[in-house]
Write a new protein. Structure first.
Lengths: 220, 194
């Protein structure tokens, strides 16, 4: 009986040693830390003939006392654009928005927008120039992946025979080459108050905002 | 079962990433705002006794009465204008045919000279098509005025007793149009249209 007890104890001891050995091998751990993933930036800056980079750009193109048929060629005013983020942009979009004041409410801004004609508009860089009225170009502009024919032309969306800010608002210019960091990409335009504008616009103020959007991807 | 769950979670994770990527590419927008284009105005006002309604009574055959009309440019744009008799109403038939009219410009107005620009039957001024307008003339600038004296003469020999107590009311109309961009021919067409 005593021999049997010793045998069982010895067996448990062996089992215990085996179990202890399973959990007690030598080991060591090292870590690779500070693996930092920082998102890039896509930053568009603009300026005009009046202010420098990064300052609010307002009142680039203005006109007072317009009569129907008046045109402003705006030889001096321009907006320059540059990309100052860390990422390379895919393309640029240009559109417009506006409000109208000085007329009895309610007043649909588009009813005046369709008489505010864009008679000349260029988007150009040192090496190329795009005519935004007919979508043609000079030089060798880079074509973003998503470019399709007509993207660089303000379309007569409402079919009234005029190219206006109402058309531009309805269908923005898309897939334009993005500006680079260099200080040589700019946008210019001329504006005419259509000779077909009627008496309802007497004294009206058309407050135009030109909107430039830099996009990272061709799907945007 | 656990493997299936893990696989499903992995698929959901991938779908989630794809969905987030489609909606969240980077972009940046800058605006050039407050580009304000303000339209001017074409607005005239009429002053003088002819504008406020002159009442002349006890007119005898052969008498001449007069009234003064001033056309002021109250708008912000230069304009052309033309005046005419808009309507004539009479208490007795044919009473209006007994009147002759002359129109003379005011030497103190913007144009600065006195000249008779019409002399003839009153009915010759009736309607916008007969507006007093001839060749192209300098537009009336904002803030300026042009003055006119209208003289009406009741025919002496031709006015019989049947017109005693008769009355006539005339309404004067003035059309105005912007002078910028439009061109004289188009402006004249508008000025002579009711």
């Amino acid at each position: 009986m005593r021999k049997l007890l010793f045998l069982i104890l010895a067996l448990f001891l062996v089992i215990g040693l085996v179990g202890a050995g399973t959990y007690a091998w030598f080991q060591d751990t090292e870590t690779s830390e500070d693996n930092v993933f920082t998102a890039g930036t896509l930053v568009l800056e603009i300026r005009d003939h009046q202010v420098g980079w990064g300052e609010p750009v307002i009142g680039t193109w203005t006109a007072e006392n317009m009569a129907p048929g008046d045109e402003w060629e705006f030889d001096v005013p321009f907006v320059k654009l540059r990309s100052v983020g860390s990422l390379v942009a895919d393309h640029l979009e240009i559109t417009a928005d506006y409000t109208v004041s000085g007329v009895p409410e309610p007043f649909d801004p588009d009813s005046m927008g369709q008489y505010m004609e864009v008679t000349w508009a260029l988007y150009e860089d040192g090496g190329w120039r795009i005519n935004l009225l007919d979508g043609t170009w000079e030089g060798e502009p880079p074509f973003p992946d998503g470019y399709q024919a007509g993207d660089w032309q303000i379309q007569d969306v409402d079919g009234d025979g005029r190219i206006t800010f109402a058309d531009l608002r309805a269908q923005p210019l898309d897939n334009l080459p993005p500006p680079m960091y260099l200080d040589d990409t700019w946008f210019e335009m001329s504006v005419r108050f259509s000779e077909d504008a009627g008496n309802e616009f007497q004294g009206a103020s058309f407050n135009l905002t030109m909107i430039f959007t830099l996009n990272q991807d061709s799907s945007q | 079962m656990k493997k299936i769950l893990i696989s499903l979670m992995a698929i959901a994770l991938v779908i989630g990433l794809v969905g987030a990527g489609t909606a969240a590419w980077f972009s940046d927008t800058e605006t050039s705002g407050d580009n304000i284009f303000t339209a001017g105005t074409v607005e005239i006002s009429l002053t003088g006794d002819a504008a406020v309604g002159v009442v002349i009574e006890d007119i005898a055959p052969g008498d001449t009465v007069s009234a003064y009309l001033r056309v002021e440019n109250d708008g912000s744009l230069p304009l052309w204008f033309a005046g005419y008799i808009d309507s004539i109403s009479v208490s007795e038939p044919l009473f209006s045919t007994l009147w002759t009219a002359t129109v003379t410009t005011d030497p103190d107005d913007y144009y600065g000279y006195e000249v008779e620009i019409y002399s003839g039957p009153l009915a010759g001024l009736l309607g916008a098509a007969n507006a007093l307008i001839d060749d192209e003339y300098p537009p009336l600038p904002p803030g300026q005025y042009a003055g006119y004296t209208l003289e009406l003469t009741l025919d002496g020999p031709g006015t019989g007793n049947e017109y005693q107590g008769a009355s006539m009311t005339i309404v004067i109309g003035v059309n105005a149009v912007q002078s910028d961009n439009i061109g004289w021919d188009a402006a004249k067409a508008l000025l002579t249209t009711p």
